[in-house]
Every structure is written in structure tokens, then in C-alpha cells.
Design a protein around this ligand. Structure first.
Ligand code: ADP
Ligand code: MG
Length: 332
């Protein structure tokens, strides 16, 4: 097993994932760019280096295009226009409509713990900015009332989406997984591609002609491993308490919120989900981070082939709990 590029995305991948497969150098192409608020590394192996680089170009073109449509940090994106124009209906690009619809399907399937309408609450906690802090309970209660999934209306005949006044759509929990899937389809069009590896701020997507080992970093160790899993096709997505967080009165408040309480989830350092589809892995990692291993087991069972590794706080130490088929993927 060879560890590659561990430090390349060290900041983004801390506690995330590090791929450890090997590919031959002469027919592969690799590039790293900042997109969707994090680093994306794309590595493609093909029958020629030219084909591999064409594939890498096409992957970045897709992800940059989706960033311009889905970002809630760009005022001119379709997603931002929904909030700006609410309660007016907004015509969005077909791919944005699909993204919203699929995210909502998962939100309902999760019983609402995955909630893309959580934007106003995330904003009040300050997690969109540089200085998050604990909000006033009265203000939080007001904002929580705006996080209602029923306030998102879709009209598939016109590709229009309407939010209730004051609502915001947060693409954070599913945007990267959606972009990975779209990028994979775009790469698959190009003849001669053999293996593709995406590392998107810690979310891995790999498709190859043979199995490769993929390392899951420990959520608190600089380069310690929590697990190593082996697969030929699939994605590993991690939701954790270490990327965006603050501490107040000795309590850590991180960026994934429980929509039932409008409070950051406590007691969990990370959840890594394996699923073949990168969108599914991304959606499940956020939902399972909120639910935890006991409540989350039923949700995971409904998606055969998906598995999870939970890093649970037990006092000051971390206890790992596996679910689904994780044990069969694990090589150590
Ligand atoms: P990351 O963005 O680090 O990969 P996630 O995929 O879990 O992690 O997405 C977390 C982001 O999703 C948060 O930064 C926030 O913008 C948004 N979010 C927080 N809590 C929820 C929730 N319960 N449901 C949906 N989105 C959420
Ligand atoms: Mg997610």
C-alpha cells in the first residue's frame, strides 16, 4: 500500500480521507484546484495522457459550472436567487432543479435530519462567516421556524422553485456529492479512461478496473488512520466536527446542526459513509452525523451496499462504531 498526496490537501483532509492506491505515471493526469470552498484533486488514468488530461479538464469544467449555479456564497447563483426573490417563484437551470429535488427526497427519507432549509439557522450561528458564536435563544427560535421543508415548492413543469419569505436553501450537505457524480459522468464520456480518483476536500470518489485501498484518517490524529477500506468503485464522504467550529465555555460547537433542536450536534467527532454513488454518500454522512449509530442504523439499512464508520466521543477519547457492511470493506 502506497500513501499518496497526504499533505497535498492536508488542511482539507484532516480527519478526512486519503487515497492509497497506485497508478502508472505515463498515462495519467492530475490537477488540483480550489472550487466549492475547498480543494478538488482529480486524477485520471487513460490509454493516453492526452485522453487523461481531457478527462481532467472536463471534470473541472463541470464542477466549476455547478459551483456557479449552486453556491450560496455567490449572489448571482440560482440557489442565492431563490432566497433573494422569495416568495416569488424562480426559474432555475434544469440541473439545479434536479439537485434541489434529489436533496429534498433525501431530506424526507432522513425524517428531516438532513434539512437543506436550515440556512437561516446556520447563518444565525455564524457558520457562513469567520466568527461563529452562540445565538440568543429568542432569535434562534424565530429562525428555526423558517427551516420548514414544506416551505420549498417545486414545479417540475416549469422548472420553478419557490421559497417562503425569509427562507434560504443550504447546498452544503449535498453539493459536493452531486458535483462528483456529474463530474464522473462527464469523464465517463471520454474514451480510454480507465481509473478516476477524485478527492474533494476529503470526499473520495474512485472508479477503477481493480480494487484499491483507501485510508480514512482519524478525526483527531494528524495522519493516524481510523480505517483502511478496499473497493473498486464508490465514494467515501465524511462529516466531522473539526472543519468549521468554535469553542465557548468548554463546549465545541461545529457546523452540522440538528434541525430538531437548531443546535450543533454533540457527542460525535465524525461519520464516514461508503456508498457507490457520491451523492448518496454525501447525503448520508450529514444525516448520520445528526442521527448517530443507533438511530441511523434504520436509515442505512434502506440503502443496501452503504456502510458507515462513526467516531463517537466517550469522555475525552474516541470510540469507533461500524454499521452496514463496513467490516467487509475494511482491510485493517
Ligand atoms: P462538509 O461540507 O464538511 O463536507 P457536510 O456534507 O456534512 O460537511 O455538510 C455540512 C454543511 O451543511 C454545513 O456547513 C451547513 O452549511 C449545512 N448543514 C448543517 N447542518 C445541516 C443539516 N442538518 N442538514 C443539511 N445541511 C446542514
Ligand atoms: Mg454531506
Amino acid at each position: 500500500m502506497i500513501r499518496t498526496s497526504v499533505r497535498l490537501i492536508a488542511a482539507a483532509a484532516l480527519g478526512g480521507l486519503v487515497h492509497t492506491g497506485v497508478s502508472s505515471a505515463d498515462d495519467s493526469c492530475e490537477r488540483v484546484e480550489y472550487v466549492m470552498g475547498t480543494m478538488l484533486r482529480v486524477t485520471v488514468t487513460a490509454t493516453s495522457r492526452a485522453d487523461a488530461c481531457t478527462a481532467v479538464d472536463s471534470a473541472f469544467a463541470v464542477v466549476h459550472r455547478l459551483d456557479s449555479l449552486l453556491s450560496n456564497y455567490r449572489p448571482d447563483s440560482d440557489i442565492s436567487r431563490l432566497a433573494q426573490r422569495a416568495p416569488e417563484p424562480v426559474t432555475v437551470a434544469p440541473i439545479v432543479f434536479d439537485f434541489i429535488q434529489e436533496t429534498l427526497t433525501w431530506a424526507h427519507a432522513s425524517g428531516g435530519v438532513l434539512n437543506p432549509a436550515i440556512g437561516p439557522v446556520v447563518e444565525l450561528w455564524g457558520f457562513y462567516g469567520e466568527a461563529p458564536s452562540r445565538p440568543e435563544p429568542a432569535a434562534l427560535k424565530e429562525r428555526a421556524a423558517l427551516c420548514d421543508l414544506a416551505g420549498i415548492e417545486l414545479d417540475s413543469a416549469t422548472a420553478q422553485v419557490r421559497l417562503r419569505q425569509g427562507m434560504q436553501f443550504d447546498p452544503g450537505a449535498t453539493g459536493k456529492g452531486f458535483a462528483l457524480r456529474a463530474a464522473d459522468w462527464s469523464v465517463a464520456r471520454i474514451t480510454g479512461t480507465r481509473t478516476i480518483l477524485f478527492d474533494f476536500g476529503g470526499q473520495i470518489y474512485y472508479r477503477g478496473d481493480s480494487v484499491a485501498d483507501h485510508a480514512v484518517l482519524h478525526p483527531r490524529g494528524d495522519s493516524a488512520l481510523a480505517s483502511v477500506v478496499r473497493f473498486a468503485h464508490g465514494s467515501l464522504a465524511t462529516s466531522g466536527d473539526y472543519e468549521r467550529y468554535f469553542e465557548q465555555d468548554g463546549i465545541r460547537y461545529a457546523h452540522i446542526l440538528d434541525p430538531r433542536t437548531a443546535q450543533p450536534v454533540q457527542g460525535r467527532a465524525a461519520v464516514t459513509v461508503f456508498a457507490r454513488d457520491p451523492f448518496v454518500a454525501d447525503a448520508l454522512s450529514t444525516a448520520l452525523f445528526v442521527l448517530g449509530p443507533e438511530e441511523g442504523a434504520a436509515l442505512l439499512d434502506r440503502y443496501p451496499g452503504s456502510s458507515a464508520l462513526f467516531a463517537e466521543w466517550a469522555g475525552d477519547s474516541i470510540r469507533f462504531v461500524t454499521a452496514g457492511r463496513w467490516d467487509t470493506l475494511e482491510t485493517r
